[in-house]
Ligand binder design. Sequence first.
Ligand SMILES: Cc1ncc(COP(=O)(O)O)c(C=O)c1O
Length: 306
Amino acid sequence: MFLDTPLYPCDALEPGLGCAVSIKLETANPVRSFKARGTEVIASLLAGGGSRAVVCASAGNLGQALAWSGRGRGLDVTVVASRFAPAAKLGRIRALGATLELVDGDFDMARERAADLARYEGIRLVEDSLDIETCEGAATIGLELVDSKPSFDAVLIALGGGALATGVGHVVKALAPEVEVICVQPLGAPAMTRSFRERRVVTTDSTDTIADGVAGRRPIPAVLDDLLLVADDAVLVQEASIMAGMRMLLDHAGLVVEPSAALGIAAILEDRDRFAGRHVVTIVCGGNVDLAAYHRWVGVAPGHGS
Ligand SMILES: Cc1ncc(COP(=O)(O)O)c(C=O)c1O
C-alpha cells in the first residue's frame, strides 16, 4: 500500500521552473506521507516479538504512520507531539487509536519526553532517523527511483531529522552515483543543513517555518555522519518560495501538499540556473495540512477555487 508509488514527469511544471521535473508521489496512501514505509517494518517486527508497546516523538507524520501500522497489529502506540503541531495531524493520530501526549514545546521537547516515557515504562522507543528501520523505509523510495526509466540528474529531498535523505541517499549513491543528491531545508529551520556544511553538529535555539515536518533544532550526530556520506549538497530556502512551490504543485500538478513537500520546488525556484535543462526528481513527501492555513499559504480563499 505504501510501496511502488507513482513516479511521473510533470510537464506542466517545466515552463515555470526551466527544467524537467518528475514527481515521486508519497501522499496517495492512508497516512498521506512516506513515513509508513518505515513504520510498517517496525510494527511487523514488534508484532512478531514479545513487547507490544511502543512510543515515538513525532512532528505529526511519523506518529500517524506508527498509529496506522500499529493498529492493524494490535500494538499499543503512544505518540508524543508538540501541541502546536497541525490539528489535522494530531486529529488523525487520535483517530487511528494511538495515545497522544502533547508537550508544551516543540518537536525536540517531544523527543525528550518520548525518551523519558520509554525509559520509565520500559517500552520500545522509535527514534526517527536514528532507528535504522526508519531509514530503510525511506530507502525503498530510493530503490524505486533508481529502477526508473528515463534516468534523472538530481533528486531533491526534504531534510528534517534525516531519515528520508539518508535512506534515499544511500541507495542513490550506491546504485546511481552520478545522480546529485540535494537536501532542502527552510532557512527558518537550518540546523541539519548548517551541520552538514560545517561537518559537525550545529543546533539552533528555535525554529521559525511553516514546514512543520522538518522543523528540528538538534541534529542527531550519527545521522549527520550518514548524511555526510551520501548527500552532495544541502540548501536552505525562504518561506515565500515554499509557499510558491505549494501553489505551483496545486496549479500545475493538482496536488495539495504540506510545506515540507514543496521544499524541492522551492529549491528550483531559488536557483533556476543550477537546474536549467536538467531532469530533476522531487519527492512529494506529505500532504497533511490544516485547510485554513493551507488556503492562507497558497492564496486561495476557502470555497472560492483559484
Ligand atoms: C512531509 C515530511 N517531509 C519531510 C520530512 C522529513 O523527513 P526526515 O525527518 O526523515 O528528514 C518529514 C518528517 O516527518 C515529513 O513528515
